[in-house]
Design a protein around this ligand. Sequence first.
Ligand code: HEM
Length: 504
Amino acid sequence: YLWPNPALDEVESLLYEIVIDTSSLVFFVSPCDTFTGTGGTISGRSNAADWIRTAYHDMATHNVTDGTGGMDASIRFAEEQARLENAGDGFSNTLSVLTGFSTRYVSIADILAIGAVMAVERCGGPQIPFRAGRVDATEPNPPGVPQPQDPLQSHIATFAREGFTQTEMISLVACGHTFGGVQHDPFPNIVPELTDPGNTQSVAHFDTTNVHFDNNVATEYISGTTQNPLVVGFNDTTNSDKRIFGSDGNVTMQSFANSPDLFASTCAALFARMLDTVPSGVQLSDVINPMLVKPATPIFTLDGDVLRFTGRVRFWNLTANANRVVTLLWNDHLGGAHSSTLLSSLESSTTYPYGVATSYIFGNSSDDGLLLDPAAGITTMRFSVDGKLEDQGGVGFAVQDGFAFSTTSCFFDNNGTAQYDVAVRNGVNLTSLYIETEQRDNTGHVGVTETANFAPSGRTANAAYSIWTVNLSGSPFTRYVGAEIDGVKFSTALVIPLPALPSC
Ligand code: HEM
């Protein structure tokens, strides 16, 4: 994809800038027996298993014929969770962690899919190609998740309705059931109460490595040692894995038992298909790979006759070179071309599981040349690394300097109201300039509303920019400035008041 793309930029970071700290999604599956529901790690449960099961149950309502259902986060509705086919608290546990990671740009459905990917990848499984763009359903889907007591023919028909062949059904069930197990509480007719202080929720696991992706679900099944409660359960009616795994004479399960690699590659492909099963009309992105050159959204501040340009750029897997020279090149509105060597003192490197990111900050000090003449401004950036040009195949990295925060913003101390000034470049095709606020609705979905409009103040900032203004009270931290320029909407965090506005 081409930068800028706020939605894909965020997803790319979630997938590849993997740091395990309390604010990260992967924290909740690190280590893989982490369980944030009742009982913690001694419960016999795991977030990893819950997250994978949740993704399947969200997808399982899909109907290939009419294109309804699929990965759309409809599982978040209480009406779906109350159905017998969605027994257990695994869905509410999953959503209580993952919903908070959704944003205006990344839907809950995308986050559920990323959660499943992280659970598999961080717990021994293969890398799963990821596409973004799932759309959150606004109401529950009709029922349609398979249950253990259903006959084999019904399971085959259900997976066909979801878009999977019988062989794919066998495989996908095995791929899912390498994690977790069946709990006593929601399934008392399958699992008896276990009196095990290390398994307080009485979970009968599908294989002996229940928080780790591996082919033990197949090797234990083929060798006859399996304790999978859906294979050797005391009630044969609910032995759905036994009927499903054996439905092709064990050919598929035998192949998985023979080859961990075949199991891993089959699961990677089928998990991807499961997660990419979306209602018709939803358009997913291409597979998201790490971006080799990825700027962060630049921020412009207009200070009198100076346009300050601050930003950051991240390079992926650069070859080590102590004397590396990275240059930012840019074109301006007057036909000029400029360059500035980025300071190695502002370089930092982070090693992530899938690669090394090397970042440079630019424009936050006065000596690296990014104090621009406002009339010239900037239209596009390019980078050069040791002489090699990085410009998205000639397109460049387009930058929007049509609006900039103005340092004329100020604070009326008497009543907590601030005057927010934004400078607008003369001559831009500006349709509207407004304050945005984000809020979650009662289903967790993040919406954006335009809550106030800027108006021209009649003041000019300099020959190139005029000031628009709005007075607002309350915290700026939840607010964004939005602008529609040439029919395209841009949004940027409201950073004017930082560190502090002067008094008006
Ligand atoms: C005919 C198809 C299927 C049936 C009848 C079935 C049935 C079940 C049942 C009864 C449980 C126990 C849930 C609990 O105690 O909370 C379970 C757990 C699980 N299922 Fe399935 N399943 C099927 C297909 C799948 C598929 C296709 C996947 C994923 C690709 C999957 C992933 C999981 C996972 C990860 C768990 C463990 C949850 C946990 O331990 O919290 N299942 N399944």
